[in-house]
Structures are given as C-alpha cells and as structure tokens.
Ligand binder design. Structure first.
Ligand code: CP
Length: 308
C-alpha cells in the first residue's frame, strides 16, 4: 500500500504482519529499541490540523527511533490560518520531498484527499468521525499483549460516544475482522446512524452490556462535536454510562479496560478504573510508538524493496 487511510484496506494477514513487525520494533533480543538506523535519510511530516497529544507525539517518537527526520506543521502558526487551502498546503509540503505525511484533520476524507493528490505515503492520523486506523491497530497490539493470539470468540464492549468516534468505527471493523464479538453501549443520541448494519450487538443498559466481556473500551464524550441541543445531561450521563468498579465485576475476571485518551475522568471512566491494574491505558500509549514504527517503516520503504 502507498497509504494507510483506514483499516478497511487491510486483510487479517496484513494486520498480523504489521503487529508482528511492531513487536519486533518494541524489543530486539528482549531489549527495548531506543534508536535504530532503519529510516536514516527518510523524512516524515506530522501535519496536524486538529489537536493531538498521543498520536502526534508517538509518530514523532516512532520516526526518531527509526532515525527518520521528522517535521511538524500544526494549524496554529501555519498559513492555514491566513486562509491557504488544504490543497495548496499539501502541495507545498510535497515540494519539500517527504517520504510520508501523517495528517490529522477534522474533516472526514481529508487523508484520502491528500493521498489522491500527492505521490508520498499518507497516514491517516484521524479524520473527522471517519477513521483512526493506527489507533485501532495499537489497540489490537495492546489486546494481543494481554490475550496472545486468541482473539476469535472474545467479546469486547465499546462504551460511550460512538456517534462521533472514528476510534469506534476503525475498531469495530478491525476487531470484527479478527473474530471478536463487539458490543456497543451508549445513549440513543450517541449511537451512529445505520448502526443496525454494523456487525455488533447494541445495549442501552451498561450492567447488561458489560456482563462476561473480555474487555471494555471506554470512549471520550466528544463535547466539541456534539450537535446543538443533543448534548446529554452530564450528571445523568455519568450516572448511567461511567465505567466503575461495580460494573467491571460483572465482566470476566481477567477483563481489561482500554481508553484511547484523552480521558474525561468521572464522565465515561471512573478514577479508580482508569488507574486500576486492569487498565491498559498507558500500555496503549507505548503500543502506539511500536505500531507507528511499523506503519512508518512499511510506507517509507515501499519503494526500497520493503514489505509494504
Ligand atoms: N487517541 C488519540 O488519538 O489521542 P490524541 O488525540 O491525543 O492523539
């Protein structure tokens, strides 16, 4: 592949290959990888038109661990704020000769637009409500560390603001591809249109939804994306949909908890669960570096006899 735009372009074999590669970048001979010369001479641009802590930093760390040169362009401080178009900004970045551009944008389809326009590799670092492929891949990497290769037949509950979540869309597809039974739990106003066509079981009651699952993925209530008049009452939302210790006791004894971050503690996930041994939240961050090393490697070396 020239680009990574969505997990829908990946086969199960692609995913296994990528996760194996990520594991090999995390540790060599049981020692953490701090720096290898693999991408020396390659250039990665981090083009973040929407805010990010984890995705942007971990792509930067990933590129640097592989010895690529990494450069950042954010909306703030760029000529986007003087009205320059996405197309002209993209062509300007391309003229500087990057091998890969990672783009985050509030518009669904922005990464595909860049991929059609430019010859370099494009990674979708999250576009609107549409897709966040490296998040879903790193979530599967974290789950594989907990479950080994036994994904088929496991069950995972995605809890919270699913309507506005690119993380949910990418994870539903990828987890279903790997044989996981996916449940969703959200208030009706935070379920996406057409959810009846998704390969999931939908619940409105958290106590029922969480029963006997192997993992719960809590999602941030995306306050900045709520439609006027549809923002839930926050106290009521927290009372019905905030994952607490009593809920987790209804899940399988070894059940894990994920959250892509940033967390609204006390709104969709309680403090005690966010910091509990069952929480994989910081493992997900570490997995993000390894997974993004694999993605950058595959795209940046695709013309050098690499495995992409
Ligand atoms: N999970 C995630 O995408 O986090 P950031 O918005 O901080 O990158």
């Amino acid at each position: 592949h020239k680009d990574l735009l969505d997990v829908t372009q990946l086969s199960g074999e692609d995913v296994r290959h990528l996760l194996d590669l990520a594991a090999s970048f995390q540790e060599i001979n049981r020692r953490p990888v701090k720096k290898v010369p693999t991408l020396k001479g390659k250039t990665v641009v981090l083009f973040f038109v929407e805010n990010s802590t984890r995705t942007k930093t971990s792509f930067d760390v990933a590129g640097k661990r592989l010895s690529a040169d990494t450069y950042s362009l954010a909306k703030s401080g760029s000529s986007l704020n003087k009205g320059e178009s996405l197309k002209d900004t993209a062509l300007t970045l391309q003229a500087m000769g990057p091998d890969v551009i990672v783009i985050r944008h509030s518009s669904s389809g922005a990464a595909a637009f860049m991929a059609d326009l430019l010859p370099c590799g494009i990674v979708n670092g999250g576009d609107g409500w549409h897709a966040h492929p490296t998040q879903a891949l790193l979530d599967c990497f974290s789950l594989r560390q907990a479950w080994g290769d036994s994904f088929a037949g496991r069950s995972l509950l995605i809890l919270g603001d699913i309507a506005h979540s690119r993380v949910a869309r990418s994870n539903v597809h990828l987890l279903h591809l790997l044989g996981v039974k996916v449940r969703l739990c959200a208030p009706r106003t935070l379920l996406p249109a057409g959810v009846e066509n998704w390969p999931v079981e939908v619940f409105s009651d958290l106590g029922r939804a969480v029963r006997d699952v192997d993992a719960v993925m809590c999602l941030r209530l995306q306050l900045e994306r709520q439609q006027a008049g549809l923002l839930p009452d926050l106290a009521e939302y927290s009372r019905r949909f905030c994952l607490g210790a009593a809920h987790l006791e209804l899940a399988r004894p070894e059940a894990k908890v994920l959250h892509p971050g940033p967390m609204n503690r006390g709104l969709e996930i309680s403090n005690e669960i966010a910091d509990a041994p069952a929480s994989l939240v910081l493992d997900q961050v570490a997995a993000g570096v390894a997974t993004r090393m694999a993605v950058l490697y595959l795209l940046a070396t695709r013309n050098d006899g690499g495995n992409a």
